[in-house]
Write a protein that binds this ligand. Structure first.
Ligand code: CO
Length: 282
């Protein structure tokens, strides 16, 4: 547990998502992992996808590898089928989360299982410490009904995926980064405070409405990410209905060398990852 601290976190940067596409042409907004915010230790990437146009998502993410980090997929709407070379298969529906520790390597596909309607959600990449980069792959999947919904304050409900709020815990075990991941829904005129370990990096991604953050009430609108100062609790307020992700984790403070789906600590380890993938050893 972190010691309570009197300092509240303030907004030190606001980053707008950058429109891009990935996989076989899925349109998305890249929030972390773009020039304005290449990473925020231990987070390597945050993408938001959301469209009711099948052309924006139907091609999905066919078979591709990962090594050296964790991918976290959280669905708001629609269905995605996951298959991997470790024999795991899952259908991610609205409100579900998949926390995949790629470790030494996994090859998987992530394909929309619908031909029309809305598909929306997020993918976060969480780095692994050097000592865990070559760990055995691990797959955690939780349906919406397994994710606790916590009344944080009057008019504020959190779906808690990882970490703790008071004495409640999210279902995901995230290792040394001790990640916190919650999806917060605010009624008009509501406000809340969330205690986070003071030394953990933290961000808020607003995806509906506008939130006012910190004691200064810095406004952050839908489609933007607020990077927060280190310190104590996070204060959030909403004049009108709003929704946002709050994500935090312990920084690893290790070298980051990334090449596409591989994130290691050195160039030599990247070359090894490419060779291992090309020779079918992931
Ligand atoms: Co993937």
């Amino acid at each position: 547990m972190a010691e309570p601290t009197s300092s509240t976190r303030r907004v030190v940067g606001i980053v707008a998502g950058q429109a891009t596409s990935d996989g076989a042409g899925v349109k998305l907004s890249r929030i972390i992992g773009q020039p304005a915010l290449p990473d925020l230790d231990p987070f390597l990437l945050l993408d938001a996808f959301g469209s009711d146009d099948p052309q924006a998502y139907i091609a999905g993410f066919p078979s591709h590898p990962h090594r050296g980090f964790e991918t976290v997929t959280y669905m708001l709407a629609g269905r995605v089928r996951h298959r991997d070379n470790a024999g795991n298969e899952g259908l991610l529906g609205p409100g579900s989360v998949q926390w995949m520790t790629a470790g030494r390597g996994i090859v998987h596909s992530e394909m929309p299982e619908q031909e029309n309607g809305l598909l929306s959600g997020f993918q976060l990449w969480v780095n692994l410490p050097a000592r865990d980069k070559m760990t055995a792959p691990r797959y955690q999947e939780f349906a919406a009904t397994e994710i606790p919904r916590i009344d944080v304050a009057p008019g504020v409900v959190a779906a808690l995926i990882a970490g703790s709020i008071g004495d409640r815990r999210g279902p995901v075990e995230s290792g040394v980064t001790a990640a916190f991941y919650a999806d917060l829904a605010f009624d008009a005129g509501s406000s809340a405070a969330i205690a986070l370990p003071g030394e953990h990096n933290a961000v808020v991604y607003v995806y509906e409405g506008v939130l006012n953050l910190g004691e200064a009430g810095t406004p952050v609108a839908a489609g933007s990410l607020a990077v927060l100062s280190l310190g104590g609790e996070l204060r959030l307020a909403a004049a009108a209905a709003a929704r946002a992700l709050v994500i935090a984790g312990a920084p690893l403070r290790e070298p980051v060398v990334r090449y596409g789906p591989f994130v290691m600590n050195s160039e030599a380890e990247i070359h090894q990852a490419v060779r291992d993938y090309q020779t079918g050893r992931l």
